[in-house]
Ligand binder design. Structure first.
Ligand code: CA
Length: 222
């Protein structure tokens, strides 16, 4: 899962990147509206969700959001409003925001709302994703097989989480790379195969299918 944070306050931006990263997501940060708009507009690397401050230099958050929506970018967007200003919230929702938080906010609340947005965008109403005997709890990041907890590294978790959110669908290797690594990370597609191989050793046989030459698919094992 890749999250874009657009926030010009350096201290808050760092806190957000840290907390969202610790929650198991890959995070890219932009410090002004122009850069934020540009990153979020890149169709080849869609984000799973965006945290967007409204008060930004170069291009304000509302304009960024309107431009994304006008261009058909549908990723869930959570806006941050500087003060308890209902005009701003209404304008943000009218511009296509999916949720909002007023500063100051508790990081835990932001994370809970992000999880809910990502879940709803994936069409999952429950915080628990299940595929056969495999269960992933998006609230606490716990993965179990037949009720037994699995120990996963953060990258294994990201790969599994993406596959579980898109179970039954073909997921290409480049999709996985985009969703598990932050922008500046050295992306080596061979590492995806390594993570998949490790996951296969931990999951029931047949849970991750290889679609030759195209990618992978998470399926309910027979
Ligand atoms: Ca700001």
């Amino acid at each position: 899962m890749r999250i874009l944070v657009v926030e010009d306050d350096p201290a808050l931006s760092r806190q957000l990147a840290q907390a969202i990263g610790d929650a198991g997501y890959a995070v890219d940060s932009a410090g002004d509206g122009q850069d934020g708009w540009f990153r979020g507009d890149d169709e080849s690397q869609p984000y799973d969700a965006v945290v967007l401050d409204l008060g930004l230099p170069l291009m304000d958050g509302l304009t960024v959001l309107k431009k994304w929506r006008a261009a058909g970018r549908v990723m869930p967007v959570l806006i941050l409003t500087a003060r308890d200003n209902w005009h701003e919230k209404v304008a943000g929702i009218d511009a296509g925001a999916d949720d909002y938080l007023t500063k100051p906010f508790h990081m835990e609340e932001l994370l809970a709302r992000l999880r809910a947005l990502i879940r709803r965008a994936g069409g999952h109403a429950s915080p628990q994703l299940t595929c056969g005997s495999v269960t992933l709890d998006t609230c606490n990041g716990r993965v179990t097989v037949d009720g037994q907890a699995l120990a996963l590294t953060s990258h294994e978790f990201r790969v599994l989480s993406y596959l579980m959110h898109h179970q039954g669908e073909l997921v290409s290797r480049s999709d996985l790379i985009e969703h598990i690594y932050a922008q500046d990370f050295d992306r080596d597609s061979n590492t995806v195969e390594v993570f998949i191989a490790r996951l296969r050793k931990k999951l029931p046989a047949g849970a991750i299918e290889t679609v030759r030459g195209l990618g992978y698919r998470m399926v309910r094992p027979q």
